[in-house]
Design a binder for this molecule. Structure first.
Ligand code: AMP
Ligand code: MG
Length: 356
């Protein structure tokens, strides 16, 4: 979870090769919408604040618009359309139908999520894997009851998670029909990107979009100061109140935190995280509590934060050292050290963002 404030940003050239063009998609989503509604009760310099529910979580959008337009209906429509495509909690979503082998034709959203996921799987050496759908369900972190797979079931699900998928045009083919896709590690970040791009399409270039803690910052606040985003201190448990550990200034970038401290279940004193290690098919058990990544676009920050949660501290540090110019170098990882004390590892690039 991230708690904001935030700042002005610039396109990250190194991330450009990962960006699938989304603008056309957002413009299409906006085509069918009602004309913009204007609020005449505020000064043109006041920020517009919107908030609501989407994807089973909250969202909050702040933007500067001299026309003081209320774009909530359009944003709600965009997020509803997103859920109908990519949500695993909506029974009739296209992704649920694809996973059930009822159709094999992807829409723009799923095509982008799949393409980006496969790129990140390759980049992270398999730590990120969107084909773990069945495994996530079996461990009880999706829309199905936990079944705690035995060895043979796990082996079959691992086989499905590593079987290749291919896309020809929009048509998906699976070598193993049991392979189920799960984009939860990247979807909220991508939805945040789409909301940002929708605002851009309306001529709004100074905004902060937050969908369940996946934050996109663009431009600056009215006084020119950067947006500020608070990074949450990993909580004791899922019921703890959020506490800001570090505050960073961000430019045209996104901030995403993945953590095991709120999304887990406990059995016989062991906490099972919702992050699955694709190598074993089991929830990760290392001591990493959270990983925060600052990147652009937001889906990339989201994907890399999840990948670090799979890698853990030592593998994560080795990965960052081996990819000094790649996505994921602005990161902070929190963990309990061997004495049970909260410790963190921040990359030098991340440290430069911290507001002291
Ligand atoms: P996040 O909160 O962004 O780290 O996403 C976690 C969610 O992504 C989980 O609840 C699963 O649905 C899915 N997931 C779990 N393990 C992986 C993995 N290794 N690669 C990709 N997605 C995963
Ligand atoms: Mg993620």
């Amino acid at each position: 979870m991230n708690i904001y404030y935030k700042n002005r940003s610039v396109w990250h050239p190194r991330a450009g090769r990962f960006l699938i063009t989304l603008l056309a998609l957002v413009l299409c989503a906006a085509c069918n919408l009602q004309p913009d509604h204007r609020d005449t009760t505020h000064s043109p310099d006041d920020p517009v604040h919107l908030s609501g529910q989407a994807q089973g979580t909250y969202y909050s959008v702040i933007y500067y618009d001299s026309l003081q337009r209320d774009l909530q209906p359009q944003i709600d429509s965009l997020l509803d359309a997103f859920d109908l495509s990519a949500s695993l909690w909506v029974d009739s979503s296209l992704l649920r139908r694809i996973n059930a082998n009822l159709t094999d034709t992807l829409d723009d959203i799923l095509l982008t999520l799949l393409t980006n996921s496969l790129l990140i799987e390759d980049y992270t050496g398999g730590a990120f894997n969107c084909r773990v759908g069945r495994i996530v369900q079996a461990w009880g972190f999706s829309f199905k009851q936990r079944s705690e797979p035995d060895g043979a079931e796990l082996a079959a699900m691992l086989q499905a998670a590593h079987a290749p998928v291919a896309v020809d045009g929009r048509r998906l083919t699976r070598q193993n029909p049991a392979t189920e896709l799960d984009f939860n590690a990247i979807a909220q970040g991508y939805a945040s990107d789409l909301v940002g791009l929708f605002l851009e399409s309306r001529g709004i270039h100074n905004y902060l979009v937050d969908i369940g803690g996946e934050v996109v910052a663009r431009g600056a606040k009215a006084d020119g100061s950067p947006w500020r985003v608070g990074i949450e201190r990993p909580a004791e448990n899922r019921y703890s109140e959020p506490v800001v550990q570090t505050t960073i200034a961000v430019g045209d970038q996104s901030v995403v935190t993945s953590g095991s401290y709120r999304k887990y279940y406990e059995r016989n004193g062991t906490k099972y995280s919702h992050t699955i290690d694709p190598a074993t098919g089991r929830p990760v058990t290392h001591s990493l509590l959270s990983a925060t990544v600052v990147e652009h676009p937001c889906w990339l920050a989201d994907a890399m934060a999840t990948a670090y949660m799979v890698m853990g501290l030592e593998r994560g540090k080795a990965f960052i050292a081996a990819h000094p110019d790649g996505p994921g170098t602005h990161a902070v990882l929190f963990l309990y050290d061997s004495c049970g004390t909260l410790a963190s590892y921040a990359t030098p690039a991340f440290e430069q963002l911290i507001i002291k």
